[in-house]
Design a protein around this ligand. Structure first.
Ligand SMILES: C[S@@+](CC[C@H](N)C(=O)[O-])C[C@H]1O[C@@H](n2cnc3c(N)ncnc32)[C@H](O)[C@@H]1O
Length: 202
């Protein structure tokens, strides 16, 4: 990714004209990976609290709502994403029931309502954008996610990188939940994968 993917000004310019776009894979494909984990969490706590980080112009939040999960907080630091997200939810359901918050995912402690915790945190390629700023922003993001996870909570993250969470100082045990082949333009192209990580506090 080009280096300015960590800059809000890049996203502001982009979302001025972009109303819908899915990074790496369609939301429904990501949801198919998330769902078994979500159902396991729902077995423990009926009203599962979901936090989506850096939703952009994706409609992943609508995939949660269409399955009955409405306690979804969506965070992005670009205010235009909030408009786009609410617009997409209204188009799909006729009203807005999920929460949308302007906040920096590398400073979650100051961005989220005090004391709020979540059973499931998800991001689709937001870790990639944040990592364009180096290891420190990703470490801050990880520390913030750790603090807002409820007991037994998990973080599911989708990235193009096979080494996204290789840093030693992360407060999580990391496993690969799925390895998704990226589409090829030619059959002779090399195999490339997107990586879905499951992170549990350690
Ligand atoms: C690669 S896009 C992914 C968008 C969406 N999740 C998808 O799959 O289509 C990265 C998103 O993260 C947001 N973002 C990047 N850095 C951020 C930060 N530090 N705090 C909050 N949002 C951030 C951008 O505004 C953008 O919406």
């Amino acid at each position: 990714m080009p280096a300015d993917f960590e800059n809000q000004s890049y996203w502001h310019e982009r979302f001025a004209s972009e109303t819908s776009f899915e990074w790496l894979i369609p939301s429904e494909s990501f949801m198919a990976i998330i769902l078994p984990h979500l159902q396991a969490l729902s077995g423990r706590r009926h009203a599962t609290r979901v936090l989506q980080l850096g939703f952009g112009t994706s409609d992943l939040q609508n995939c949660f709502r269409s399955r009955g999960y409405v306690d979804v907080t969506n965070v992005d630091y670009e205010p235009l994403a909030i408009e786009r997200g609410q617009q997409r939810e209204r188009e799909a359901f006729g009203d807005v029931k999920m929460k949308y918050i302007v906040a920096d995912v590398t400073q979650l402690e100051s961005g989220l309502p005090p004391g709020e915790v979540f059973d499931l945190v998800v991001d689709k390629s937001t870790v990639d954008a944040v990592s364009c700023g180096g290891e420190d922003p990703l470490a801050r993001m990880a520390a913030g996610v750790r603090k807002c996870l409820a007991d037994g909570g998990i973080w599911i993250s989708l990235s193009y990188s096979s080494s996204r969470f290789d840093a030693e100082r992360l407060p999580f045990d990391v496993e690969v939940a799925a390895k998704i082949p990226a589409p090829k333009l030619k059959t002779t192209d090399p195999d490339i994968y997107h990586w879905c990580y499951l992170l549990r506090p350690n």
